[in-house]
Design a protein around this ligand. Structure first.
Ligand code: ZN
Ligand code: ZN
Length: 257
């Protein structure tokens, strides 16, 4: 199987002790390419993922300010993001969005920083990677206001059938992670079953949310095959079909290959 992990936090400190070994294990497990998410600890450091992408041909990067870090964004942050967006290995602006669960940054600041980054992505002609938690309707409203001219990913999709249909109608790809394998996640499995094959992606969101049978442990890209297998089972296809589809969807969305 040749898999693409569309969302992992390889810069996370949980990988400090064995980052290169983790990347090597991923490759051995068939994860040929990885999208390193570059939100890191937030501004002023915006290159957390790009540093890894510069070291490895098969790692791509995003740049962006996570909603948790929205309060750290300054005018310099946006200048720097615009500049970094020109780097060929920066494929998307993300993860950006709204998180009303933790509320680490004030409500109105999250919305302003999200808007500014949607506009920045459009200017840079890049897709966006969305993180949304307990703010679904408002996230969609903001996207509708701006449109989705270069496409986007709903990362770690946790909605059900209704939310899937709404996001698909806007033009999003849905990326499914380890939660797809959790016993109680029937809603997510319903969403994954109805997503058209040309909009499917898979991810680990490492080091978070490891799939069964690794649940509760540190997640890593090598575990992506578990999610691919579960998705294949749900859709009544072979894991190789899921690998092929999700890889070609990734390439098409980002103009690769
Ligand atoms: Zn997220
Ligand atoms: Zn993430």
């Amino acid at each position: 199987m040749k898999l693409v992990d569309s969302h992992c936090h390889l810069d996370d400190e949980k990988f400090d002790a064995d980052r290169e070994a983790t990347i090597a294990r991923a490759r051995e497990a068939g994860v040929e390419r990885m999208m390193a998410i570059g939100t890191g600890d937030g501004p002023p450091d915006l290159e957390a993922a790009l540093r890894l992408a510069r070291r490895h041909a098969f790692i791509y990067a995003t740049i962006g300010v996570h909603p948790h870090d929205a309060a750290k964004a300054t005018p310099e942050t946006f200048d720097c993001l615009s500049e970094l967006a020109r780097e060929p290995k920066v494929l998307a602006i993300g993860e950006i969005g709204l998180d009303d669960h933790y509320d680490f940054s004030p409500h109105d600041v999250q919305r302003r920083v999200f808007r500014q980054q949607i506009e920045l992505a459009a200017g840079a002609r890049k897709p966006i990677v969305i993180h949304t938690r307990e703010a679904w309707d408002e996230t969609l409203t903001l996207i509708r206001e701006h449109g989705l001219p270069f496409g986007g990913i709903m990362h770690c999709f946790t909605g059900g059938a209704k939310e899937a249909d709404q996001a698909l109608e806007l033009g999003f790809h849905l990326s499914f992670g380890g939660m797809l394998t959790f016993p109680k996640a029937d809603d997510i499995r319903q969403a994954a079953t109805r997503t058209p094959e040309d909009r499917l992606l898979i991810e680990t969101d490492s080091p978070y949310l490891a799939p069964v049978p690794h649940r509760g442990k540190r997640n890593e890209p090598a575990f992506l095959a578990e999610t691919a297998r579960r998705l294949a089972e749900l859709r009544g296809v072979a894991p190789e079909d899921i690998a092929r589809l999700t890889t070609s969807n990734f390439d098409r969305l980002f103009g690769l290959g």
